[in-house]
Design a binder for this molecule. Structure first.
Ligand code: C2E
Ligand code: CA
Ligand code: CA
Length: 733
């Protein structure tokens, strides 16, 4: 019958392999692949349609299909294009998605082409696994090596068949020799170490990779016993009985180099038997798995340790805490958890930069370790929070001792990039006697106690108790109330007079916020401004304060004239308000809407604001200045700023913090006030002293030519009506 277009193209026939001849040898190769790669199935499929495969006992029956499918209907058909194919998880592989019919259920798949001497692809050798498989370099090598073997077997057969056929036979033999050299080359160049020993364990052959891996030259190894690769404690003779029925095994162990150093290896050994089934030698492939082991170690570290401080992270801490909880539950041992929060971390981070912040955290981690026994767990569990697990403690004694130690230790300055940085710690303690069941609960309570200690004043510790839990709940409720306070008109302003010391007359006022809580009565700002800052509620609140204070000022400017000039109003600005992009626009709008006298609004900002993102701050300050707003530094002396630095900013005045003039401050502080006033004047900046409670202080400050004073001595913060009554009195202090 003549050929038609529909006939399949004629295949080259010179590789046709009578299966009877090559079958056993190829099957042997798939067996080796299967054992050495530890896969349930290995298949050699030839282009000519012959499939040879093996399947280990443990493989599921479904693999039968895998074994018997011709090359054209399996993943292997991609391999006979000439390029190897390694798939970690075939279920997610694009080739399988494109062509689901070629997928036979394998998950891990590795296939290499079987190439004969002249580069013709005769078929493929593949290994298939039922689970995902990241094929190692060593495994890839091995498979390629076996494919080279297979090519040789195929060509040998071809040669043998062709011997009687003159010309064709000669080509076949030439091909056979070519393959043998190729095979040798493959073994010589592969990265996997290969050693062949006799039954006594004497080395007959090692490839360069194996010699290199162990630090020897090839010549040094020939004839030596293979036990020189094993560290003395591992070296034991092969148990002959044990290998009676096993012909192949794999193990992870350590090998020793010539210089005595150890390294982790994956060894796969295959026993070679003669035709009578007697062992004649052993082929061992050796893969140096130190890179993989290192990676595993790294992964483990990353999963459980904080890279910045090298301390365990929250995950590992919780795990250990869980064990401690179980021991406590069984009544075996008590524990205590200390939560340590840094006091001024945000300030350092904002003012000195993140790198400085990181360096500080690393330093803190190291100091915390100094306060505890080596086996005690110290972890970094959040940004600037650390936790310590004191296992097997007797009551509170050890916990408070450690708390005191670390507070003392953290109070010492840190050297960060050459500058001295001070931080401090607040410590919260939770004890196992509270009967915890979950690590989160312990950490939560220790955190509540820590925040309590922060509130109480810095440099203290608190032990968690039930009341604190109630207080934390209370705080939550307060937050919800505060959200509604603005809508319900519960916020109001009080005004405290600021007095020109020279004349003793009112120069203006500072607006101070109050909250008239429907159930709790009047709440002072220290009790809700921090909460408002944390929650962001300070933004709408601050907007309201500015508008309300300016409206009031306008009315008063019309009612009374101050000390010569028009009355002024000082408004407090929190850091978050200052960071708003639209701050300047907002101020400008309020000035325009209320039409207060030019230059009578004063904004009080704290040093920490100034120390933040300097570039942006400078620009904002300059724009505010251009609007005619006066800029005051509040609470001066409590932060990090220096007068020299402030000099570069467009400031009008600074307010000396009231802690410098309080009754407890002592004589030394007044000396400080003198210095600050003198330096401020030298820089052309005015000074306001707040917290003035005595007449003596007033005369003292007058003598220093301090411009303004504010304090209970003159007046407390007053409601609007009281202020207006004061105008009527027109007091002079
Ligand atoms: P501050 O800006 O330092 O305000 C001065 C505080 O000192 C006021 O407390 C005032 O009542 C108090 N004080 C004044 N004279 C004396 C005195 O002679 N002796 C003593 N012991 N204290 C005196 P207040 O009103 O409780 O405000 C506390 C803080 O709350 C303010 O400190 C300020 O930082 C903040 N704050 C108040 N109102 C606002 C506001 O509208 N916005 C923002 N962001 N913060 C505000
Ligand atoms: Ca203030
Ligand atoms: Ca102040």
């Amino acid at each position: 019958m003549p050929a038609t277009l529909n006939d399949p193209p004629a295949r080259p026939t010179h590789f046709r392999l009578p299966i009877a001849h090559g079958h056993a040898a190829l099957e042997r190769l798939t067996q080796v692949a299967e054992r050495m790669l530890d896969v349930p199935v290995s298949v050699i499929s030839l282009v000519e349609g012959v499939t040879v495969s093996t399947q280990s006992g443990g493989a599921p029956d479904t693999w039968r299909a895998r074994r018997e499918t011709p090359i054209a209907r399996s993943l292997c058909r991609h391999v006979i294009g000439g390029a190897p194919l390694f798939i970690e998880d075939a279920r997610a592989h694009p080739l399988v998605r494109q062509d689901p019919g070629a997928w036979l259920g394998e998950v891990g798949y590795a296939g290499v082409p079987i190439c004969t001497g002249d580069g013709v692809v005769a078929g493929s050798l593949c290994a298939a696994d039922g689970r995902p498989r990241a094929w190692t370099e060593g495994e890839v090598d091995l498979l390629q090596w076996l494919a080279a073997f297979a090519a040789m077997v195929i060509e040998r057969r071809m040669g043998a068949i062709a011997t009687g056929a003159g010309f064709v036979g000669a080509i076949g033999q030439a091909r056979g020799r070519l393959s043998l050299r190729m095979l040798e080359k493959a073994v010589e160049t592969m990265q996997l170490g290969v050693t062949i020993t006799d039954t006594e364990g004497r080395i007959l052959y090692t490839n360069p990779a194996d010699a290199r891996m162990h630090g020897y030259s090839i010549d040094e190894l020939r004839g030596r016993h293979a036990r020189i690769f094993a560290p003395p404690e591992h070296a034991r003779p092969i148990d002959r009985d044990a290998i009676e029925d096993v012909t192949s095994w794999a193990r992870e162990t350590v090998n020793v180099r010539k210089d005595g150093s150890l390294f982790p290896v994956l060894l796969r050994s295959d026993l070679v038997k003669d035709s009578a089934g007697r062992p004649v030698g052993l082929v061992t492939c050796c893969e140096d798995i130190s890179p993989r082991k290192e990676l595993e170690r790294q992964l483990l570290r990353n999963a459980f340790y904080d890279t910045l401080t090298g301390l365990p992270n929250r995950g590992l801490f919780s795990h250990r805490l869980e064990e401690a909880i179980e021991r406590a539950f069984r009544g075996e041992a008590h524990f205590a958890v200390l939560m340590v929060g840094l006091d001024r971390f945000k300030l350092v981070n904002d003012s000195l930069g993140r790198r400085a912040g990181d360096a500080l955290l690393a330093g803190v981690g190291a100091r915390l370790r100094e306060c505890v026994r080596p086996e005690t767990m110290v972890a970094r569990i959040a940004g600037d929070e650390f936790a310590i697990l004191l296992d097997e403690t007797q009551g509170l004694g050890e916990a408070t001792r450690v708390a005191a130690c670390l507070q003392e230790s953290l109070a010492r300055p840190f050297d960060v990039d050459g500058s001295e940085v001070f931080t401090g710690a607040s410590v919260g303690i939770a004890l196992s006697v509270s009967g915890y069941e979950r690590p989160e609960d312990v950490l939560r309570d220790a955190a509540i106690a820590m925040y309590r200690s922060k509130d109480a004043g810095r440099g203290l510790y608190e032990v968690f108790d039930r009341d604190m839990h109630a207080a934390a709940m209370e705080r939550l409720r307060l937050e919800m109330d505060l959200r509604r306070a603005l809508e319900r008109d519960e916020l109001c302003l009080f005004y405290q007079p600021i007095v020109t010391l020279e004349t003793g007359r009112i120069a203006g006022f500072e607006a101070l916020i109050r909250w008239r809580h429907p159930e709790r009565g009047l709440i002072l700002p220290d009790d809700f401004i921090p909460l408002a800052e944390e929650t962001g509620l300070i933004l709408p609140i601050g907007t309201w304060v500015l508008e309300e204070a300016c409206r009031e000022l306008k009315r008063w400017q019309e009612m009374a004239s101050g000390d010569g000039g028009p009355l002024t109003m000082a408004v407090n600005l929190s850091a978050r308000q200052f960071a708003r992009a639209d701050l300047v626009e907002h101020v400008e709008r309020v000035l325009a809407e209320t039409a207060i006298a030019q230059g009578t609004l004063k904004l009080e900002i704290t040093e920490s604001v100034i120390m933040q993102h300097t570039g942006a701050v400078n620009a904002t300050l300059a724009r505010l200045k251009a609007l005619g707003v006066q800029l005051y530094i509040d609470d001066f002396g409590t932060g990090y700023s220096s007068l020299g630095y402030l000099h570069r900013l467009p400031l009008d005045a600074l307010k000396i913090d009231r802690s410098f003039v309080s009754a407890e401050a002592g004589e030394g502080s007044l000396q400080l006030v003198r210095t600050i006033v003198a330096m401020a004047h030298a820089l052309g900046v005015k000074v306001v002293t707040e917290g003035i409670e005595t007449a003596e202080l007033v005369s003292e400050l007058r003598a220093l030519r301090c411009e303004y004073g504010q304090g209970f001595f003159f007046a407390r913060p007053l409601e609007r009506e009281a202020v207006e009554a004061l105008f009527a009195e027109d007091p002079r202090w």
